[in-house]
Design a protein. Sequence first.
Length: 212
Amino acid sequence: MKTKNNITLILTTIITLLPVLPGVALYGSLPEQIPTHFNYTGEVDGYMPKNIVVFVLPVALALLNAFVNFAIKTDPKRNNTNEIMVAIGKWIIPFASCIFMPISLLYGIGYEIPVNIIVQGMVGILFILLGNYMPKIRQNYTVGIKLPWTLNDENNWHKTHRMAGVLYVVSGIALIASAFAPAALKYTIIVIIILCVSVPFIYSYLLYKKGN
């Protein structure tokens, strides 16, 4: 298991750093400021210096990836975590690095990418995946809805995650649909964030107050 974890860490780190290669290849063609942030309609509203984007951001993401892998590996209840959820946790940063970093580079050299559709679609798919596997997660300190009441009571944990699973799947579908309706996108994101944070919190607390 230790060898497998080390191989995964090495592999995910390498993949996270891969965008450095096209960044170096395109470096001479890139403007001094590269788009790195986009609003809900896909318009650029944030820039960073190209040396930061090409060299510093991938390294920062690689360090974050190492931290996530370390947290998962050292979780005292890691044997309770669902393998699929663990895999998503370990691969989400490399995947994001290889999608979003090239988007910034392509935007920098003049290509207009439908960022809102790509991002919303990917996040929507992620929500659907999380929602499908969330009910299968057992108590742990790394993955899932970690509230005082879910961590203190196994029954509370399971009920909260079953409910949240449905909520996340519905939210994922809404995110994908809203990607093709820019006018509604801003409000959809706000509503989904509020619901996905507040509803599991309130539901878990009510279960606690009722004694499950």
